[in-house]
Design a protein around this ligand. Structure first.
Ligand code: ZN
Length: 305
């Protein structure tokens, strides 16, 4: 049987919110089978829960933000990506503020945090969301698509008319496995253009942004002294974001995602379009004692036990 996993124990960290700029304490807690990923605002009295689900995405400007019953949690995508990448099915995420901490702008600090305590198998089968029919959404020249695939594959193209980005590879494809996720995707940081920065500040966005948590690009170069972590870090971060946005579907995906210039808004449109079409997807479990995990997810069982 391919089982569900949760965290072995509680793990805590602190950071700042990218958009609000305020300090936030975060605890990741083990959760019972079939809980999924649930965010809990402990700064509210009583604490309020917000399910990490695509249908509750309420904000997609420079982040994926949730709202449930009047309670908001923003910038969930990098943590969702790490949880998807490592195969965490059930987790309660306690937050002392409305925003998940940005850490270094990638998913790597969350991966490190989760790997430092390890996962524990739970006695129920993991539910995979299998794509049965192609679904596509578009907005002008941007599009995103899901189609059937025996595994989990992502392909992404960005198309920035910018001398630096145009000089990097703006196209990437990724065959998902946990080990490949940690190695090839998790460290890719979010990025921003200096010329947009002042405008964002005027909108009270990106108040916590700095060279510690984003790759900043001016008209010609990367401003971070350390340079890029991957030659194609920009497009890899878009894949990191897509993995997080798609994990809001409520389980690991069996399908192929491809996108051109997509972002959080279109990714959420795609998730909603899939969920709305009952013919296009189904839940599957591998409950047989000898059931083999789909290749993409086989490495899950190699995590620290
Ligand atoms: Zn991102």
């Amino acid at each position: 049987m391919i089982r569900q996993y949760t965290l072995r124990q509680v793990v805590r960290t602190r950071g700042i919110g990218l958009h609000g700029g305020s300090p936030v304490f975060m605890s990741l807690l083990p959760a019972p089978p079939n809980t999924g990923i649930v965010f809990r605002r402990t700064d509210l009295s009583p604490p309020r829960d917000v399910p990490g689900r695509a249908e509750y995405v309420a904000e997609t400007t420079l982040n994926s933000g949730l709202a449930y019953d009047g309670t908001k949690v923003t910038t969930v995508e990098h943590l969702m990506s790490a949880l998807a990448g490592l195969g965490v099915d059930n987790c309660t995420v306690e937050l002392s503020a409305p925003e998940v901490p940005i850490m270094d702008g990638s998913a790597a600090p969350f991966v490190y945090l989760i790997q430092s305590i390890g996962l524990v198998a739970q006695p129920v089968p993991r539910r995979f969301l299998r794509v049965r029919q192609p679904v596509q959404v578009s907005d002008g020249d941007k599009w995103a698509r899901l189609e059937p695939y025996d595994g989990f594959r992502l392909g992404f193209t960005i198309d920035f008319d910018h001398p630096l980005l145009a000089a990097t590879d703006q196209r990437a494809s990724f065959e998902f496995s946990p080990a490949a996720y940690v190695r090839e995707v998790s460290r890719a940081r979010t990025f921003g253009f200096m010329r947009e920065f002042e405008w964002l500040r005027s909108k009270n966005l990106a108040l916590g942004a700095s060279l510690d948590n984003a790759v900043a690009v001016d008209d010609f170069r990367v401003l971070n002294h350390e340079g890029l972590r991957y030659g194609d870090e920009f497009v890899r971060h878009k894949i990191l974001d897509a993995i997080g946005d798609l994990y809001l579907l409520g389980g690991p995906l069996l399908g192929a995602y491809s996108a051109h210039k997509s972002g959080h808004a279109l990714n959420n449109d795609l998730a909603r379009a899939l969920l709305a079409d009952a013919q296009a997807w189904e839940w599957v479990v591998f409950a047989d004692a000898r059931a083999q995990a789909p290749l993409a997810y086989a490495g899950m069982l190699e995590l620290p036990a």
